[in-house]
Design a protein around this ligand. Structure first.
Ligand code: ADP
Ligand code: MG
Length: 584
């Protein structure tokens, strides 16, 4: 920065030499840089040197003046001031640059936040849906009802000319995995119209107002594509009843719902748009959503029955190399309570097992292992302690025998002492009752038998090893039993306390109402009666199980022996071994 016109020679000179040289007149000129505490010296012979001096060195200056050496004092303050101002300007510039950068990135963020209603709309549009009704098996009633919708989408003119009104909104109701989404797609596929889908939860985002504008976007898009199907999955996440949330409620959700209601009203009856929505919680939907003109058509999609399960299994084995010996009817009978998605998963797991074993065809063996994996978890390492094996075997066989007595021999699907991930020991698989699954009703008798079965492991241990030798092997079963007993007493009114519901529904807490009322619902007195009743029912059930097993002690010991030898008893073996010996 302090550029000098000198180029320096290598010759070195000391301070005293310099003084001498000044006196003897060898020096042409001196450049003095006070702030750097040095001088540049130009000799008459052309040599140039740099010499450090003291701060504010007067001696050199005096000598130079005395001997008439040309002296130039460098105005370093000016230069350093210039340097300083340069430095401060650069700091200032860097500062400005930083601010600009920060502003730019935040504005990018902001534009992303406010732009994503348009740019990143998450609804998926499929123009050529490949799903057909053949792909949806086991739900004939739902499929039949939806055919009308297809007719409308295919030939809207026919309906319009007659002035007929076709429902704008169809609500598919049913447990998860029963094929609601699949049905919606099949309708789009069959009628050859575009399918626009969005999960209701995606409407609601961090930013207020986004949900409502997404609803608007969705319907705008649908109008462009009409005729088409809009599918809103899990509509309960925005369609919940309004105005009852804690602390003013969830405004964003309400705005979104309001917008949805407006849009549903906004398009004309015959605009060619049909809105399908799916939920498994129709009970919590806002009444406004269900009124005529909106989602006035409700179609229940239930868990498939025996025949339905067989059909679903065959749909999902179409693309797989199934061995001719496999009877899907048999597998349907062993998968009571499975949803379409569970069955699809079963066939997929079977194919995976098949591939892993490097077999060409999927056999019963592969399906069996897949079923085990899905229902009772993966095999973990073997139990080696013979004592533990015995305890587990008695636990499992105890449950199987009580189930056979209470629900029939057919109810036992499999007993195993092979440990599975996530359980203490073995497992007894009990088929749920087909009627129960299809009707959804559960009787007091069935609940009692569930409790007795759950406590049967403890019962078996008690009678075989004695009261003081029982283990904690059945903890999960005990807690399962206690939960059922509590529900019987406080929810279903199945105890001597009477037909009183003492548990506020969980969803009330959702809605906020229940939070404040809950406390005062049960008097202290009643609450101790509930506890007493729960304990009493549990004890009676354990006693019943003990009685059943004592009556069947011979069978119990025999089955345990088989189980210890071969580790698994399947339903066929259980049937043959039990049918003669079982005392009901
Ligand atoms: P939901 O929407 O009712 O939760 P999905 O329609 O998403 O269930 O079903 C998930 C998967 O399960 C489907 O992709 C399909 O493979 C299978 N599935 C479910 N129900 C059926 C059915 N009735 N017939 C054939 N496959 C089914
Ligand atoms: Mg779905």
């Amino acid at each position: 920065m302090f550029s000098s016109k000198f180029s320096y020679s290598n010759s070195k000179s000391s301070y005293s030499d310099l003084l001498e040289d000044i006196e003897s007149g060898n020096i042409e000129s001196i450049f003095y840089y006070p702030r750097q505490r040095e001088i540049d010296v130009l000799y008459k012979n052309g040599d140039k040197i740099k010499i450090p001096i003291l701060y504010n060195d007067q001696l050199i200056l005096e000598k130079a003046t005395e001997n008439k050496v040309e002296l130039t004092v460098n105005n370093s303050r000016k230069e350093s001031a210039a340097a300083n101002s340069f430095a401060s300007i650069s700091i200032f510039l860097i500062f400005i640059l930083a601010i600009v950068l920060i502003l730019r990135s935040t504005s990018k963020l902001a534009s992303r936040a406010f732009g994503f209603t348009k740019n990143q709309t998450k609804f998926v549009t499929i123009d050529d849906v490949e799903t057909r009704f053949e792909d949806v098996a086991g739900v004939p009633e739902a499929a039949e009802e939806l055919k009308e919708v297809i007719a409308f989408l295919k030939e809207p003119k026919k309906f319009q000319n007659l002035g007929a009104k076709v429902p704008k909104g169809v609500l598919l109701i049913g447990p998860p995995g029963t094929g609601k989404t699949l049905l919606a797609k099949a309708i789009a596929g069959e009628s050859g119209v575009p399918f626009i889908s969005i999960a209701a939860s995606e409407f609601v985002e961090l930013f207020v107002g986004v949900g409502a504008s997404r609803v608007r976007d969705l319907f705008l898009k649908a109008k462009e594509k009409s005729p088409c199907i809009i599918f809103i999955d899990e509509i309960d996440s925005i369609g919940r009843q309004r105005g009852s949330g804690v602390g003013g409620g969830n405004d964003e959700r309400e705005q979104t719902l309001n917008q949805l209601l407006t849009e549903l009203d906004g398009f004309a009856d015959n605009s060619g748009i049909i809105v399908l929505a799916a939920t498994n919680r129709p009970d919590i939907l806002d009444a406004a959503l269900l009124r005529p003109g909106r989602f006035d058509r409700k179609i229940e999609v239930m868990l498939p029955d025996l025949d339905g399960r067989k059909k679903i299994l065959s749909v999902h084995s179409l693309s797989k190399p199934l061995s001719k010996k496999v009877d899907l009817g048999y597998w349907a009978s062993r998968t009571v309570g499975f949803s379409g998605a569970d069955l699809a998963n079963l066939m997929n797991e079977s194919a995976i097992h098949c591939a892993r074993n490097e077999s060409k065809f999927i056999t019963d063996h592969h399906i069996e292992s897949a079923l085990d994996k899905i229902t009772i978890g993966l095999r973990s390492s073997l139990i080696t302690s013979p004592n533990m094996k015995k305890i587990i075997a008695y636990n499992e066989v105890g449950k199987a025998i009580v189930s056979a007595v209470r629900n029939g021999i057919e109810s036992v699907d499999k007993i195993t002492i092979l440990p599975r991930s996530g359980s203490l020991g073995g497992c007894t698989k009990i088929c749920p009752d087909e009627d129960l699954i299809s009707s959804g009703l559960i009787s007091k008798r069935i609940l009692f038998s569930k409790i007795e079965i759950a406590l049967a492991g403890r019962a078996a241990e008690t009678i075989v090893f004695g009261k003081s030798e029982i283990t904690q092997c059945s903890i999960y079963n005990i807690s399962y039993a206690t939960n059922i007993v509590r529900e019987m007493v406080t929810k279903y009114g199945f105890s001597i306390i009477g037909p009183v519901s003492m548990e506020p529904d969980n969803n009330e807490i959702y809605l906020g109402d229940g939070l404040f009322k809950r406390k005062s619902l049960i008097a202290d007195n009643t609450s101790s009666r509930i506890d007493n009743e729960i304990i009493k029912i549990s004890k009676v059930s354990l006693k019943n199980s003990i009685e059943i097993l004592e009556k069947n002690r011979v069978l119990l010991d025999k089955l345990v022996e088989i189980l210890l030898n071969q580790e698994t008893i399947d339903r066929q073996l259980f049937k043959t071994e039990t049918s003669e010996l079982l005392k009901v």
